[in-house]
Design a protein around this ligand. Structure first.
Ligand code: MLT
Length: 242
């Protein structure tokens, strides 16, 4: 008698890059990238010991949440500068020590991209250069199709996020869409993380705001092993923790 063995071969993981949140394709996994600076700040804050970062799209949502919870530090920026009345801005260098267990964060693009991704994907992670390799490992292990979502600037292409997405796409053993191939080509065009970030309008905005040191800080690659992930949603915020 002849036995026939059926071996199920899993299709390769599809890796797409959305150069702006509105371009994100449906995928079970989304990785949000706002390398200058929201996702770098989130990674740094969780590594420092914050237990949760509640990410709000709007300043009013952050204020309401702080009032409702009665705890947590308020953090965030508009035009790179700390929001009036908030405890902290959006510099990762302000999150080296936990000032509370919880931070409530609202930024121009990054926290909005996280809120939007939470509506579409089963799993959402936050990536930056600080934790690039750690995020790549988790996504590779999951083996599910992934959308690398660039937060961009006001729904437009941002070089810093596209560059970081290209570096991440190159680390994933997946089948790249045309957009992911384009991001990898962008990444190949720069000699270093700092060069890739410095070429962006986001970096020029930080320079204009006197926040030059944040660019070099956010360019440091694989210095953290934390993988921030979506762990809850409410009407006011999405919760990110480890
Ligand atoms: C954003 O969310 O747009 C950024 O993180 C802006 C910034 O650099 O603070």
């Amino acid at each position: 008698m002849q036995l026939t063995a059926f071996v199920r071969i899993a299709p390769p993981m599809r890796v797409d890059v959305a150069f702006a949140p509105a371009l994100a394709s449906p995928a079970p996994t989304a990785v949000v990238i706002d390398v200058l600076r929201a996702t770098s700040t989130i990674a740094q804050a969780l590594d420092a010991g914050y237990e949760q970062i509640h990410c709000c799209a709007d300043v009013d949502d952050a204020l309401t949440l702080r009032r409702e919870l009665g705890r947590g530090v308020l953090a965030g920026e508009r035009e790179c500068v700390r929001i009036p009345g908030f405890d902290l801005g959006n510099s990762p260098r302000e999150f080296l020590e936990p000032a509370a267990e919880l931070a409530i964060l609202s930024t121009t693009n990054g926290t909005r991209a996280l809120v939007a991704a939470a509506e579409r994907a089963e799993r959402v992670y936050a990536a930056s250069f600080l934790n690039l390799g750690a995020v790549a490992e988790v996504v590779r292990e999951a083996g599910r199709d992934v959308s690398l979502v660039c937060a961009g600037v006001l729904e437009a292409f941002a070089m810093d996020d596209a560059y970081c997405a290209g570096r991440l796409a190159a680390l994933l053993d997946g089948e790249l869409t045309d957009a992911a191939h384009a991001a990898v080509r962008i990444a190949e065009g720069f000699k270093s993380s700092e060069a890739g970030l410095t070429a962006s309008q986001s970096a020029r905005n930080l320079l204009a705001a006197g926040l030059d040191d944040d660019i070099a800080w956010c360019a440091r690659t694989d210095v953290l092993t934390v993988v921030p992930r979506l762990t809850g949603t409410t009407t006011l915020a999405v919760a990110i923790s480890l």
